[in-house]
Design a protein around this ligand. Sequence first.
Ligand SMILES: Cc1cc2nc3c(=O)[nH]c(=O)nc-3n(C[C@H](O)[C@H](O)[C@H](O)COP(=O)(O)O)c2cc1C
Length: 172
Amino acid sequence: MILEAIEKRYSVRHYKDQPVEEDKLTEVLEAARLAPSGHNFQPWKLVVVRDRATIRSMVHAIGEQQFVEQAPVLIVACMNGAGYHIGNRYDGAIIDIAIAIDHMTLQAVSMGLGTCWLGNYDGDEVGALAGSPPENPVVALLTLGYPDESHPHRPRPRKPLDELVCWEKFTG
Ligand SMILES: Cc1cc2nc3c(=O)[nH]c(=O)nc-3n(C[C@H](O)[C@H](O)[C@H](O)COP(=O)(O)O)c2cc1C
């Protein structure tokens, strides 16, 4: 069942002019709320932007990706709380937020909604427009809305499993 949602999900870059129902939006956010995190820190704050003018004003800071303004909802995921390290090296909060985002993408697709993860943005500009202070930097953006299926999408290829997995020891 989960694999079905995973297979169905794709990055939606065309949205219908149709609002997302309150209860569906709550379920998408609930999927993020339940995500695991290191030490159970839950180090994120999600700014849910539905105001058209605000979304429009962010497009420039999101690499001029025009499709963003079609989306009725833009979720701005900010870091919240002190950072911590994974493997003495990596920022755990970034990983935690990625999990929360992915939970939302899958919950969304299971309800007929679409999402697109956005990594091409100016964090300072988007943060200022979303009202997040510098200590709560923007880590990810996610559009959410009903896919406009009149724009067919071609699934992006994936590497075969044997290129991605090795057994017992790392092999190149
Ligand atoms: C961290 C991250 C950043 C991304 N940034 C963007 C982006 O700025 N704009 C965009 O259109 N898609 C963006 N994507 C979507 C990827 O291009 C997409 O997931 C990938 O090409 C695979 O396609 P699919 O999601 O349709 O399966 C991003 C995805 C991830 C995970």
